[in-house]
Design a protein around this ligand. Sequence first.
Ligand SMILES: C[S@@+](CC[C@H](N)C(=O)[O-])C[C@H]1O[C@@H](n2cnc3c(N)ncnc32)[C@H](O)[C@@H]1O
Length: 432
Amino acid sequence: MESGTAKQYIYIVQAALEPSKCKIGKTINLERRLSEYNNMTGKSKENVYRYLFTCEVNSMTDVEDDIKRKYSHLREEKNREIFFYNSALFEEYVKFIKTHKAFVQEIFIKADAPKPTVKIVKKTTPSLEERGVTQKDIMQKAKRVNNDEFYTRYEDVEKELSMYDKDIWKDKVVFCNCDDAVDDEFDKRRTSVFPLYFLLNFENFELKKLICTHYNGVVDLFNQGLRAYVFTKYGFGEIDISKAYHKNYTGSFDDPLSLKILNEEADIVCTNPPFSIAIEYWDVIIKSGKKFIIISNITNAINTAFIPYFRDNQVWAGYNEVDWFLNQKRELTRAAGHWYTNIPVKDRPKHKLLKIIPLQEIPAKHKRYDDNKTLLVTNCYIPSDYKKPFAVSARPILNGLLEKGYKIIQDKRYTPYIKGKECFAKVLVQKI
Ligand SMILES: C[S@@+](CC[C@H](N)C(=O)[O-])C[C@H]1O[C@@H](n2cnc3c(N)ncnc32)[C@H](O)[C@@H]1O
């Protein structure tokens, strides 16, 4: 018998010393329940429990059962009473409870920490041509600006990943392998948006497993040290990296443990790898034969290290550019990124940006011949009736040119010269 006529409550409670965990439960007496938590034997004095949220419901058993079902992946594997906590997940739990049909009224919710304001600090333009600088200038600048330690923004991950068929995730193991920390704070940047996105969509996507690893580099972007988490519908747990096999584990994507997860467990890899080691990263991921959706530099399609992957159809552009990231001070900073994948992109919206028309009709300022008499086209103009190779920038490749009856015909970048002067790097393509 649940409660007779007594009021029924659902609560979220947290212990001061366990910020990445909370307990979600039901009771008919909130005060008594809290004192039970605080008088638990074996509990240290400092580990004080406090409510984060309490509300009245008209069937606490229904609400609790539904929470357990929906968030089974967020319940600790060993102690099923404990749920994974961070501020974004807390908002999700509260939203679920407040929209449950048994919800009656909120009683208490912890005050929101003030949201940090995001400043814009740097501005660069997204492509070489639009920047009006040469490849050499960019390489020099890239050496000065450390693009590796940027946080991806949640909205960029959501915008891209929500565009793929939901079915791609069903029963799949997702591996986030480039410093994809999860912890108690989302706003304070202790949680990467990649695992967060999958945790919030775990049930909806019918995921089998989420594995996320933190990287223990010189800069610890998430202040986490070495950790690796696994989430399944049976709960969450940490990989015990202190075990002999993992003794020298670094959290690097090419560490033996990470490679073992990649090769033996993962179905889909999803992350934002450091731009500076993209060559090594792409090599490992593409050789693994696994599916991936990752962020990389917008110019990869005209970079010799990556051109063969595009030419051989081992990778293509995802849907969106990623122009904005957050730096370590949580300031908005612009860098030229794009999503890349080997998962089908349906009805690519950017096809419409390609202007495939007879050569004759391409405006003169967008078709020129270089010192080798090779045709260079710009501004996404593509000749529909030109049989010889011609050179394009990365942009038409990102807009899906290779899906429109054209192929890349060289395995390296094409550097055109006009009257002896070096022009923007390109790639040679030809109509099939
Ligand atoms: C662009 S940041 C992305 C961080 C996080 N995944 C996100 O999307 O917000 C790239 C991260 O990869 C980390 N990293 C650097 N070398 C790495 C390696 N060999 N293996 C895995 N991660 C690495 C960097 O320290 C940095 O935190």
